[in-house]
Every structure is written in C-alpha cells, then in structure tokens.
Design a protein around this ligand. Structure first.
Ligand code: KG4
Ligand code: ZN
Length: 357
C-alpha cells in the first residue's frame, strides 16, 4: 500500500509517499520512504519573532501542490498509485490544518481512495521506528517539541498513556524564548544549542524546575524568567566589550541547556523505572538537541536501557512521519478509514484518547 502524507499543522509544509511493503515484511521501516518534499516557513516568520498563523496558512496553500509533484517525481510514482491519503488533523493552527485537511480530502475523493486524519504527536512519536535501530513495544516516548512536552507510555500503535506533561511552556518554547532574550533569531533552539557549546559549565545557578516534584510533570516558564533576570542584571553593568558579552551569552545558554537537559533526563529515567520499560524514544524538534542526546546516551549506558532517535532530519516537522503514522494506522485498523468529505480538524487534541477504530 502506498500512503501519501501531508503535514501542515504549523510552519512546515511536508509531503511524503510511504510504501508499507518493507514494514509488512519485517524489513527496516525506513526502506518504505519513497519520496518527500519539505518547505520550512521559518525565514518568512522570522521578522515577526514567531509564527503568524494567517501567513502560515497562505504559504501552505502555495507549497503543497509543488511539494506533492516533487515527491511523485522523486518516487517515480503517479497519482493513481496512491492507495490512501494521511493528513495532520491536529493539534496545530486551525487555518494551517484546514489547508492540509482540505487538500487531502479533495485528493482522496478525486482518486476514490480513503483518507485518514493523523495526530501530529503520533507522527513524532512513531518516527523513531524509521531509525536504524527501531524500538520495541512497550516504550517510553519523551516528546519535546515547540508546542508539547510529554512523557508517554507506548504499548502499541494507538495505545498511548500520558504519564506526565508540561504545566506551562513546552521545552521548545523555552528554547525559543531564551533565544529571543539572547538576541537570537526565531526559532532559536538549534542556535542556543550551538551557543551553549562555547559556554562554561555552572556559571549561573539556574533553577531545574520540578526536578524533585515526585511526579512526571514539567514546568519551564520559571526557567525562562530566571534567564531574563540574569540578562537584566548583566545589562545593568553596561558592558560593551564584545568578547565579554559573547561569553556571557554562551555561559547563560550553557546553564539554560544544562537545566533543561537535567530535568528531561531525570523525568525520563523516572518514567522508565516506574513502568519497567527498557526502551526510550526521543521525539519532536528538541530531540535534535545534541546536549540532550549526549546526556541520554550516557544515562542509557549507566542505567541499562536502550535509547532510540528518529533520523535527525525527521526530528522536526515533516511529511514522512504523517505518511508513516497513517500507514501503520491503516494496517492496524484494517483499512477502516473514512471516506467522509468533512474537514473535521482538531486544533486541540489529546493523543491518549485517540484509540484504534
Ligand atoms: O517538532 P517541531 O518541529 O515543531 C512542533 O511540533 O512544535 O519542534 C520545533 C521546536 C522549536 O521550538 C525549535 O526551537 C526546537 O524544536 N528545536 C531545538 C533544536 N532544533 C529544533 N531545540 C533545541 N535544540 C535543537 N537542536
Ligand atoms: Zn511537531
């Protein structure tokens, strides 16, 4: 079965074609990726310091068709080879979701094939199955994106149990807000990570929020305020020496990253211990973070669990993860998908309630 995937939940338009045959023959899942197209709107939103929903929707409209053509060319397939169309149904920006949903439904109707709405986070948390070493069920997923920070127990396709989540800012949001405070462009996650590499360890005593809360929840808004206070204190000194300013930024970035990594690691370790799971999956945009990956690799050796990552290019939003999640859901639900023409997007949507049909 060939599944077309369409992602338009935020500021990336992603389109991909996935063939389920390798998966059905127990071969590496990534062999099923036939073609993909991705366009990031980051440059367009940068001047505004964040995503402008209306601009995002309009750009998805412009990009989706050329990206589909690109994916078809790359895979050597024709529209008529598509057996099902998967699209991100939620959560995300309503206007942006509507573009992908309308496109997917119209195409599916025209081709007389089923369409299937996919939860964006399901796409993220299944994407490590596309890596070189796939995790085994049950596993713990640490989902760290721009909009979400969650720990989930994944017992199988469609079997997700929420163990803990952020009470305020998402980890990626904390990265982006901190980056802004340090004068870096949106979205600053990757830039903060790079800056932190030049920073010295332990210069600032930033909080590690909820490290000892006893549960699996997170909170990152206080950390961002602590960074802001340090920036204010530094600015009061009116230091103009560029080297000194650069070192301050790097040291603060370092302390910030170390705090986030310490909390994420500790809670992930606790989730593994409490559930007895031996596999941890890191997913979502912040999963591209080098410091977090290094720390988790070390912890996995020490505590005796396996850690799995999606291929680096599949950490941030993309169409492949939606095509793949759509394919696995179609197989698990025996192709029991919808042919309804209703767009029914879900800008807010709880993944743990999204059972198989
Ligand atoms: O999963 P994603 O592409 O979009 C959402 O679904 O939100 O995640 C985007 C987030 C942004 O906040 C971005 O700053 C962050 O992932 N991010 C990173 C890195 N690369 C992307 N954060 C830390 N380190 C990185 N290397
Ligand atoms: Zn995402």
């Amino acid at each position: 079965m060939i599944v077309l995937g369409i992602e338009t939940s935020c500021d990336e338009t992603g389109v991909a074609l996935y063939n389920t045959t390798p998966w059905e023959e127990s071969k590496p899942a990534y062999l099923g990726i036939l073609g993909q197209g991705l366009h990031s709107q980051i440059a367009m939103h940068r001047d505004y310091g964040g995503v402008v929903p209306e601009l995002a929707s309009r750009d998805h409209i412009r990009r989706v068709l050329p990206l589909l053509e690109q994916s078809l060319t790359q895979s050597g397939l024709k529209l008529t080879n598509i057996d099902a169309v998967a699209f991100t149904q939620g959560p995300g920006l309503a206007g942006a979701l509507l573009v992908g949903s309308a496109f997917a439904k119209a195409l599916a109707q025209g081709l007389q094939v089923p369409s299937i709405g996919i939860h964006h986070l399901e796409g993220h948390l299944l994407s490590p199955l596309l890596g070189e070493t796939a995790p085994q069920f049950p596993f713990i997923a640490l989902l760290v994106s721009g909009g979400h920070t969650q720990l989930m127990k994944v017992s199988g396709i469609g079997q997700y149990e929420l163990l803990g989540e952020t009470l305020d800012d998402a980890a990626g949001e904390a990265f982006d807000k901190t980056a802004k405070l340090l004068g870096l462009d949106y979205p600053g996650g990757a830039a903060i990570s790079k800056l932190a590499e030049r920073g010295r360890v332990g210069i600032f005593d930033l909080p590690k929020p909820m490290l000892h809360s006893g549960d699996l929840d997170f909170s990152f808004s206080g950390l961002k305020t602590a960074v802001l206070n340090q920036v204010k204190k530094f600015n009061e000194k009116k230091i103009v020496d560029a080297t000194e300013v650069a070192q301050f930024h790097a040291d603060l970035a370092r302390s910030f990253v170390d705090s986030v990594v310490a909390v994420l690691m500790s809670k992930a370790a606790k989730a593994l211990k409490e559930t007895g799971c031996k596999h941890l999956v890191l997913a979502g945009g912040v999963g591209a973070n080098v410091q977090l990956r290094t720390a988790l690799n070390e912890l996995s050796k020490k505590n005796g669990f396996a850690v799995h990552y999606p291929p680096l290019e599949l950490c941030t939003d993309n169409g492949v993860m939606i095509a793949f999640a759509g394919a696995l859901r179609m197989l698990a639900e025996n192709n029991n998908s919808t042919r309804s023409g209703a767009f029914d997007i879900k800008p807010r949507w709880d993944l743990a309630s999204h059972h198989l049909r």
